[in-house]
Write a protein that binds this ligand. Structure first.
Ligand SMILES: Cc1ncc(COP(=O)(O)O)c(C=O)c1O
Length: 360
């Protein structure tokens, strides 16, 4: 994990945004597999023109927020997931995590928790403008906002929505923006007291009109979007090499038969490490700066590659599953394409048993 690229990515992102727009760094799902605690710690250390680089962190659950607080992270943390059961508000309050409320019932329960604690608890309200996941509908948003403005026990600190297709459907994103604007306009909420946010990485790149008061960015800061630098490399080693004859098979189910005699290397990474089985007989890796095909079925702990053209390949040689070697690169997107998925899933899938190594 190249931490020096994190600062560069913040710099690239900052340059795309007006100075007053805040940044929430989405570190849910263990920072998309990169490691939430080390990345949050590094983020708190970083400065751009003397200022902290992130104003908030975003997590998906109380547990993810708790892990950051236990590690000493002080930055405000917004829980992006919809909390249930509602008694999680109590734990969120104890840990100084800001919950998301996505229904009138949620707002009432937050208020009740505040009464119990004799504290005014702040939350952000999620509005479903078209993502179809969680959030109160724009029509029902009004009664929730009214509830907050009348109740002394709960504070509406933010209002937000999430785009479903800011990378691919500008018309639909515009519609989502209009629906959010309608709620803000009707409620006269443009006074800056309530933090309004909508954009993810794709929207920052394609819809600057949706920056509002804050953007919530994950993918771009991990370098998973063009124009940003990938933080992560995924590497393993060759643990065994052999020659096989024409017609010999490799691996479970004999899905690969050698069309000629080949030099086959076994690599100590498998689907339990996060190499998708869908990469069987499709994926590529780098050895000594050259691309080699995955042959046979990816197994739980190992996979086999054809190193016939890489005479320098040895037991112990480094194998790059995602990242650079020499002049070649396999991006998370390449790895994802081999397995019909997206780069986000490819990095989130790298399992806990793969040690994370951080360098500056
Ligand atoms: C609610 C919410 N906001 C922001 C993001 C960040 O999206 P991205 O990583 O594409 O920037 C996510 C990620 O899935 C999300 O669920």
């Amino acid at each position: 994990m190249n931490l020096s690229f994190l600062r560069e990515n913040f710099k690239i992102l900052r340059a795309k945004l007006p100075a007053e727009v805040k940044i929430l760094f989405v570190v849910k799902a263990d920072a998309y597999g990169h490691g939430a605690v080390p990345l949050a710690k590094e983020t708190e250390r970083l400065r751009l023109k003397g200022n902290p680089v992130a104003d908030f962190f975003g997590v998906s659950s109380v547990e993810e927020g708790a892990a950051l607080r236990q590690a000493g992270i002080k930055t405000p943390i917004l829980i992006l997931g919809s909390l249930y059961p509602f008694n999680s508000f109590l734990e969120a309050a104890r840990l100084n995590l800001i919950p998301t409320v996505s229904s009138l019932e949620g707002a009432r329960q937050l208020y009740a928790t505040g009464l119990k604690l004799k504290k005014r608890l702040a939350a952000h309200l999620k509005i479903d403008t078209g993502m179809g996941r969680v959030g109160v509908s724009p029509q029902n948003a009004f009664e929730v906002i009214d509830f907050f403005s009348k109740s002394r026990g709960a504070v509406l600190a933010g209002i937000y929505t999430h785009f479903s297709s800011a990378e691919s459907d500008s018309g639909y994103t515009q519609l989502q923006i209009e629906r959010l604007n309608q709620v803000l306009k009707n409620k006269g909420l443009k006074n800056g007291k309530i933090l309004v946010h909508a954009s993810n990485s794709a929207a920052v790149l394609n819809h600057p009109e949706a920056n509002y008061d804050m953007v919530r960015v994950g993918g771009a800061l991990y370098g998973l979007w063009p124009g940003f630098k990938p933080l992560l490399s995924f590497k393993a080693r060759i643990v065994f090499i052999k020659k096989i004859e024409k017609g010999a098979s490799v691996g479970y189910g004999r899905t690969f038969r050698a069309p000629k005699s080949l030099r086959i290397a076994t690599v100590c990474a498998g689907y339990a490490d996060g190499v998708f089985r869908a990469q069987s007989n499709r994926g590529e890796v780098l050895v000594e700066g050259r691309r080699c095909k995955i042959v046979g079925t990816v197994t739980m702990d190992m996979l086999m590659i054809d190193v016939s053209e890489v005479s320098e390949a040895r037991v112990g040689s480094e194998v790059v599953l995602i990242g650079e070697q020499g002049k070649e690169r396999i991006s998370a997107l390449d790895a994802a394409h081999f397995s019909n998925t997206i780069s986000y899933e490819a990095v989130c899938a790298i399992s806990r048993r793969v040690p994370r190594v951080y360098q500056r």
